[in-house]
Design a protein around this ligand. Structure first.
Ligand SMILES: Nc1ncnc2c1ncn2[C@@H]1O[C@H](COP(=O)(O)OP(=O)(O)OP(=O)(O)O)[C@@H](O)[C@H]1O
Ligand SMILES: [Mg+2]
Length: 261
């Protein structure tokens, strides 16, 4: 028996313990729009998955279902083997386990940078203030904005604010980090400072789902590229395979549009 299962596993799906986020036959509608169509997606521990696809294909909705900012109509989503909680403190804890970084930085304007990174720790994780502050400073150093700790978000550049947003998510010790176009709102010269932080996170073994148009990042940091169109996963492949040899017409068409300007 055991020999059979070992053979079956070779080159097949990861063992259950390594599967961190599992979407199984997930469907979602917005009214008549079938925005997520039978999505099966497994993200393994330590894996970096880049999600790309045309505007409106459902990339943001996919991310938002993973921390239950959007509910689903059918199918299931589990994180670390557990179904997503419906509400209450369990849901708050889930949101902490699943760090999310958006295009807009969403920092609290009336709190300092340090306070922004402390808040979730003290409120959701019940960490005491001194420990939370110490951890916040260490994380701000790690993302390169340690000297900005006592400023307010509006006093920082966009790239700095986005790095604070990353530090704030990391402060919760998330199991997985979701990034939804984290550099799209940034001036070009600030994009790399944010991508560099994400690259380092990936190297440190963080499990990441990244929606981005930064194909350089996808090539160098992703273990896998997921290509979506019209609410479906059309193609999944390693970056080299995907960029050099896309299989579907949709992916070929998409790549020809984004890679030639
Ligand atoms: N709250 C909502 N109510 C109704 N329709 C929505 C809602 N959110 C998204 N949609 C629609 O669902 C589809 C998928 O949207 P989504 O934001 O997931 O796409 P996307 O792939 O992230 O696109 P983009 O690259 O432009 O960010 C779009 O047609 C969008 O208009
Ligand atoms: Mg989007």
């Amino acid at each position: 028996m055991s020999e059979v299962s070992v053979t079956e596993n070779a080159g097949g799906p990861a063992p259950a313990a390594d599967r961190l986020v599992v979407l199984d036959h997930v469907n979602k509608h917005f009214g008549a729009l079938h925005v997520l169509q039978d999505i099966d997606l497994t993200i393994n521990r330590g894996e970096v998955v880049v999600v790309i696809g045309p505007s409106g294909s459902g990339k943001s909705t996919l991310c938002r279902t993973i921390n239950r900012l959007e509910t689903i109509d059918s199918g299931s989503i589990t994180i670390d083997g557990k179904p997503l909680p419906q509400e209450g403190r369990e849901l708050a804890r889930l949101r902490a386990d699943v760090g999310m970084v958006f295009q807009s930085f969403n920092l609290f304007a009336h709190k300092t940078v340090l306070e922004n990174v402390m808040l979730g720790q003290t409120k959701v994780r019940r960490t005491d203030k001194a420990k939370a502050a110490e951890k916040a400073r260490a994380l701000l150093d790690r993302v390169g904005v340690g000297t900005q700790a006592d400023k307010y978000p509006a006093q920082l550049s966009g790239g700095q604010q986005q790095r604070v947003a990353i530090a704030r998510a990391l402060a919760m010790d998330p199991k997985v980090m979701l990034f939804d176009e984290p550099t799209s709102a940034l001036d070009p010269e600030m994009i790399n400072e944010v991508l560099d932080v994400m690259q380092q996170l990936a190297r440190d073994g963080m499990t990441m789902v990244v929606v981005t148009h930064e194909m350089g990042f996808a090539r160098s940091a992703a273990n896998r590229v997921v290509f979506m169109a019209d609410g479906r996963i059309v193609e999944e492949a390693e970056p080299n395979q995907f960029f050099n040899n896309p299989r579907s017409e949709r992916a070929k068409d998409f790549l020809s549009k984004i890679l030639h300007h």
